[in-house]
Design a protein around this ligand. Sequence first.
Ligand SMILES: Cc1cc2nc3c(=O)[nH]c(=O)nc-3n(C[C@H](O)[C@H](O)[C@H](O)COP(=O)(O)O)c2cc1C
Length: 415
Amino acid sequence: MKCVDDFRLRLGGRELVPIMIGGMGVDISTAELALEAARLGGIGHISDAMIKTVSDRHYDTKFVSGKQKRYKHNVANVDKSEVKFDLADVAEATRLHVQSTMEAKRGDGLIFINCMEKLTMNAPKETLRVRLTAAMDAGIDGITLAAGLHLGSFSLIEDHPRFKDVKLGIIVSSLRALQLFLRKSARTGRLPDYVVVEGPLAGGHLGFDPADWMNHDLHVIAAEILDWLRQEKLAIPVIPAGGIFTGTDASGYLEAGAAAVQVATRFTVAKECGLPAEVQQEYFKAGEDDIEVNSISPTGYPMRMLKNSPAIGSGIRPNCEAYGYLLDSSGRCAYIDAYYRQVAAHPGQKNIQVWDKTCLCTHMRNFDCWTCGHYTYRLKDTSRRLADGSYQLLTAEHIFRDYQFSKDGSIALPD
Ligand SMILES: Cc1cc2nc3c(=O)[nH]c(=O)nc-3n(C[C@H](O)[C@H](O)[C@H](O)COP(=O)(O)O)c2cc1C
């Protein structure tokens, strides 16, 4: 029986361990986590989600309070259309995060950045162009285009001097989405360097209809995409993601023709992960019935999370003057509508609850939206219970090596 280490991912003239740790915003996939993957010869992701907040946290900037001050007068206004991002600040925050991560890189692996199109930031095209450009300027090895079809994203950066050399990948959940992307990007004369095929068991947002995500299977979608690429003679590495919990699951995909796997949930309980330690214990403790896929994300995509996430039902005032990452091109967000509907229904009431949507910016920023993969309930089997009843956190290296070398469905426990 083979293990993951019997395979290599060939990308841009390099041979990598075929394990990619997926992007987890907001700062759940930290620079430290990504750097471990690169040190061990694989690929790690940082994320540019809410990049100004991340910059303030790590690089001593004051971007968030600056924006909040600038738009303080608008806080009680339902209309957020005037709340704009300063593009120079977005570029600077991205540059700080990418540059500092790249400077710390050791080993033979690569560092990519996860870039979600659904962060429309009240000016979708302009802000996305700045985010992608700044990441390339600052020396990122690769960009994974996520949460959206990205039909115009290659065009936004085709004039950048690194357009041909930076590794560019796209996350899709269907063959149709990949075909659309390739058709729309063809004009730029460039194929993606890899395709992440994300199935319905992943964490974060799911690229499926909320009513029928459960009818899809990653094995089927990945096989369909592999077959089609073979037929079209397109040599694009395919990287399945979502529910790949053991090294044996991973090597199964590699034997079936995948070039690598993207994994995330196992790393939510790594010491290097950005989740606070007490939240990591919630992930460890979760049972299968404690996890749900719901529709509270204002993006419109279904999202998987722990049912006891503080974000669910929270009725905090929209915080777009400080954040505003989900404002569409007319300054709207589904949470603003949901919040003011509840305010109107409960006049004079101080603490309202909002169940249909959540203020995702605020709750992701505060690690209060506990998004997770389907197999989170198996995390307890990957560690040891300590005398005080809590679970032992793992090192990213331990989890990475377990994926790389384990066989027979086994999971190595920590010492
Ligand atoms: C806590 C968490 C946060 C995530 N956030 C993002 C994100 O910001 N952007 C994204 O494209 N995918 C996100 N994902 C998806 C992962 O990058 C990855 O593709 C997927 O979860 C892999 O499946 P697994 O978690 O079952 O291993 C997230 C996953 C988790 C568990």
